[in-house]
Design a protein around this ligand. Structure first.
Ligand SMILES: Cc1cc2nc3c(=O)[nH]c(=O)nc-3n(C[C@H](O)[C@H](O)[C@H](O)COP(=O)(O)OP(=O)(O)OC[C@H]3O[C@@H](n4cnc5c(N)ncnc54)[C@H](O)[C@@H]3O)c2cc1C
Length: 220
């Protein structure tokens, strides 16, 4: 059990689609973090990890949360009253930007885009972003990310309508894009999303680019 160190108040909730919402909380006095880090959030008996979506310069703390069917804490966070109180730990985690001469790829799928949104808003530049979602509406923060990334590649794995018109759209999984289009080389890859995505991507990168460094965080 992680000892919660700070109490925060819920300031607002904004739904981005039927299952994903932004949760805004107060930022405790003296709470420091690096873009890409997460906290352990606790409400009564339940505690889970959530990545901070806002940049370190922000006055409040934003989180990007997917409500899981039958999920204990995500369901509570989806319905708790504004003004309600939660506990959070200090910021933790190593999925943070490390300057390098190598080409950098960020790969975020679903709510796993959160650390890269925080990094982009903190001013991190010079990265290619592979942004994976089942449908175009799930490419949260697309406009902001397109502006920050050297190259932004939306990878949509679900069915697309024939009139879909999105720049550089890859119709398939992020792994499929790497497999087909990324040339041999030594890269720094940052991965965030589901465990199966991270498993498959790590396997692929090890096979294709043995010199590559991989930093990853699995959300489930
Ligand atoms: C380092 C780290 C950072 C994380 N950051 C975020 C974040 O920014 N946003 C976010 O939404 N989540 C994030 N998570 C996941 C989060 O901690 C919870 O696991 C998630 O919200 C589910 O918790 P729950 O209490 O609602 O579900 P639980 O009650 O724990 O689980 C209920 C059921 O749902 C299944 N389940 C759990 N998670 C998922 C999932 N993601 N998809 C489908 N089924 C699932 C479980 O296997 C179980 O059967 C992060 C996890 C880690 C380890």
């Amino acid at each position: 059990m992680v000892v919660a160190e700070h109490s925060v108040t819920i300031l607002g909730r904004k739904w981005l689609n039927e299952e994903v919402f932004e949760l805004e909380c107060t930022r405790p006095e003296g709470f420091e973090f690096v873009a890409g880090q997460h906290v352990t959030m606790r409400y009564q008996e339940d505690e889970r990890e959530y990545t901070i979506l806002s940049p370190p310069s922000a006055d409040s703390l934003l989180f990007l949360i997917k409500r899981i069917d039958q999920g204990r804490l995500s369901s509570i966070l989806a319905t708790l009253d504004i003004g309600g109180e939660l506990s959070i730990s200090k910021a933790m985690g190593y999925l943070i930007y490390r300057p390098t001469d190598r080409p950098i790829y960020f790969v975020g799928t679903g709510v796993g885009i959160a650390p890269f949104v925080s990094m982009a808003r903190a001013g991190v530049k010079n990265f290619t972003l592979l942004h994976g979602a089942r449908e175009i509406a799930g490419l949260f923060f697309r406009q902001d990310l397109m502006l920050a990334a050297t190259r932004y590649i939306p990878c949509v794995s679900g069915k697309l309508s024939p009139e879909t018109n999105v720049i550089d759209l890859h119709p398939g999984y992020v792994t499929d894009y790497i497999d087909r289009y990324v040339k041999p080389g030594a890269y720094d890859f940052y991965l965030c999303g589901s465990r199966p995505m991270i498993h498959d991507m790590t396997h692929l990168l090890d096979q294709h680019f043995p010199e590559t460094r991989i930093y990853s965080e699995a959300f489930n």
